[in-house]
Ligand binder design. Sequence first.
Ligand code: BTN
Length: 318
Amino acid sequence: MQDKILDFLKRRQDYISGDYISHRLGISRQALWKHIEALREVGYDIVAVPHLGYLLISSPDRLFPSEIEWHLDTKFIGKKIHYFDVLSSTMNMATELGMKGSPEGTIVLAETQTKGRGRLGRSWSSPKYKGIYLSLILRPQILPNAASLLTLLCAVSLCEAIKEITELDVQIKWPNDLLIHHKKLGGILTELNAEMDAVRFVVIGIGLNVNNDKKTLLAAVTSLREQKKEDINRINLLQEILRRIEKNYLLFQKKENQTIIEKWRQHNVTLGKRVKILCEKAHLEGEAVDIDRDGGLLIRRDSGLIEKVMTGDVLHCR
Ligand code: BTN
């Protein structure tokens, strides 16, 4: 009911009579008043003036599903939203939902995570109401080794969305670190739920530092707020991220992988650099020459030998 009331208030952008809303929604004036009070309690600034009615002054800085869904024109990405104030990790919740059969495009959002995780066993700092912490369920019909391309696709989508909303240029360090001026802005964690020869579903975790204050960030980390010198509307940004992911995922479904890889190349800062790859088995050094059709990084060793790496940490040497 509260979503419907908000809908009236947002559409009007001026005072709207309580009689009109309660009549249209089939509830009493008293019930309407109670809902307005509840909305105020979660941060909506709504004024009430006798004879004029209600006016929505501002919405809270919260990733409420009703806010994300408002004017979101995607077909399936973000059409089902699970929102939490606190979670251990959105990855765990999305995996649980994936196992229970949640549809492709379902997203899990948390305002903070107590055990947010990053790649290679690291943790992901998730200060409350400052970032975007999101896990997305996809059900692509692919072999497990093709899943890396989904990570690249999401990295590209994030760059495009951030550019659209903030005009900031973001670079990608292979495979999926988002950087601005060599500082880490965000990252992507892809987890597969698969059998030997088929993917049941994929959970893509996105962590983005949005309105973190510079003082709270480590030296090698940045936020959009630090770069832009102003707060960013997380709802607009998240909507744009969902739109871009859907657009690029449709390319992926049409097997237009080269288009995605080309977009990735345009944003990347790894190719052409001398790199050290720190992976589980070994340290490998050479020039990053390209990525292949699966999203693997091709390294030319000093011996001239080309080696392909699918995972690991990249250090740019020069
Ligand atoms: C990385 O760069 O190491 C990847 C970071 C991914 C963090 C996100 S935040 C939302 C989702 N939930 C998690 O626990 N991790 C991912």
